[in-house]
Design a protein around this ligand. Structure first.
Ligand code: ZN
Length: 469
């Protein structure tokens, strides 16, 4: 495995590659990485069942993936890679990393405050009561814990839906956590919980942070809007006039927009105010009307579905209707406070809900579900030119999934195994931008003991400040 090397060495190598035009645009902006991250090296995964998610390459029952300096160099049978470190892929599936498209990482360390059977201690009341007391360091530590779970479960790209940005320092802390983790993602700058609905969000600071992040292949930025359908006032309740003011301002800065919805009202309100577009991602396709599907298709607006959470809400999960119509649908974790990060279970749930709702009338293959969880997520977040498939020239975001153990052996169709049998503990290796961040079930750069003890310490202090019991 690549060993940790001096940060100056990384910079020197990066500068030399840039001078030789071997780095993609934005690569300089994504370095230097935190010193704790393992370096990008050269390695070849050999003998894995490769699911490339690239139609031109297809699948290889025994294939190799060659990675050098963060990029995929070659995918094929018996790839010639002299000098490259060999990663034994036998007995494993090699595939693109999962792409999550909506996840409130800041809520992660609130787990101990949750009680599923006590209405006062479920997700919304707890996150609101404690969220208003967050310090920037709390945000950092909670996001770090969420990103650790993401990596261990095979998620290599995430959409950090930060709807509790209490100050510019909180925004900086969340971005720092993303950078320190080594994952790829979008930071969606949101409001502070409890912010007045008649005052706009901090657009000048969004502009400042976008400038700080710069052109960057690892980290991009967006904006998460306050709710506009009045369905959950703890997450804001703005009217069309405020939405127009904020969204127009955000578009001038050049940020994509994301919004929680519950039903048709928000879609029709946005359409009426001419606010829908390709730069809009909506979350939770529940309770939509037939006319909404055409409206979304017309504007190129996409939807993120969070199977584990949505299946516990009222209304039908309408990802099927959206997919049939041609609207881009992706998959998301939402939170790991009252749920877990399990992309395998999420895909399985979409499969079973489709059968439950349509009796299988709409064909949704296991391969299509893996596409939805990888390349379609990358399309949703605008990362598909970089990741989402194992394509030479793309950045190397990939995972190895073990097919060993009584719950999965003897494996048959690899897509069926991923959707119906696999579980997060089967993720053996996770690579992001050519850095092996997780190997044989262990973090290679992240100090897990410190991440968890910091999270516990922060949560304990937060509870005291908030007088929470
Ligand atoms: Zn959400």
């Amino acid at each position: 495995m690549p060993t940790q090397i001096d940060r100056r060495t990384v910079l020197t190598a990066t500068t030399a590659l840039a001078a030789a035009n071997l780095l993609p645009s934005g690569a300089l902006a994504q370095t230097p990485a935190p010193a704790s991250l393992p370096a990008r090296g050269e390695f070849v995964v050999r003998g894995a069942h490769v699911l490339s998610m690239d139609a031109a390459i297809g699948d290889l029952p025994s294939g190799d993936v060659h990675v050098r300096d963060g990029a995929i160099v070659a995918v094929g049978a018996n790839v010639n890679a002299p000098g490259a470190q060999v990663v034994d892929g036998k007995g494993m599936i090699c595939m693109p990393g999962f792409v999550d498209t909506h996840w409130h990482h800041w809520t992660t360390f609130l787990r101990p405050a949750m009680r599923a059977d006590d209405p006062k201690h479920t997700y919304f009341p707890v996150t609101f009561a404690l969220g208003v007391h967050y310090t920037p360091e709390d945000s950092y530590r909670s996001v770090r814990l969420g990103l650790a779970e993401a990596l261990s479960a095979g998620v290599t790209t995430t959409h950090n839906w930060a709807h509790n940005v209490r100050s510019p320092a909180h925004a900086d802390a969340e971005v720092r956590a993303m950078r320190d983790s080594g994952l790829r993602g979008r930071f969606a700058y949101g409001p502070a919980l409890g912010a007045p609905n008649d005052k706009p969000m901090d657009l000048p600071d969004m502009k400042r942070l976008k400038g700080d992040i710069g052109k960057n292949d690892m980290l991009t930025m967006g904006m998460c809007s306050r709710n506009i359908d009045g369905s959950n006032t703890s997450r804001g309740a703005i009217n069309a006039e405020m939405a127009t003011k904020e969204w127009n301002g955000v578009r001038e800065i050049g940020l994509p927009i994301t919004l929680h919805t519950n039903g048709s009202a928000s879609i029709q309100l946005l359409d009426g105010a001419n606010l829908l577009g390709k730069d809009v991602q909506l979350v939770h396709p529940l309770n939509l009307a037939e006319k909404d599907f055409d409206t979304l298709l017309k504007h190129g607006t996409h939807y993120s579905t969070s199977p584990l959470g949505e299946s516990g809400r009222s209304g039908e999960m309408q990802f099927i209707e959206l997919m049939q119509k041609g609207v881009l649908v992706s998959m998301s974790i939402d939170n790991v406070t009252a749920e877990r990060c399990d992309c395998f279970a999420c895909m399985h749930m979409l499969q079973t809900i489709n059968k439950h709702r349509t009796g299988g009338k709409f064909k949704l293959t296991t391969k299509r579900l893996v596409e939805l969880a990888t390349i379609d997520g990358a399309r949703d977040l605008g990362f598909d030119h970089l990741v989402g498939s194992l394509t030479p020239g793309k950045r190397a975001d990939l995972i190895l999934v073990k097919t060993k153990g009584p719950h999965i052996e003897t494996v048959g169709d690899p897509y069926d195994a991923l959707v119906q049998l696999a579980q997060p503990s089967d993720v053996d290796t996770a690579v992001v931008d050519g850095r092996i961040l997780y190997r044989q079930g262990r973090f290679t750069g992240l100090d897990y003991e410190k991440v968890t003890s910091d999270a516990t310490q922060s949560f304990t202090a937060l509870k005291e400040r908030a007088k929470w019991s």
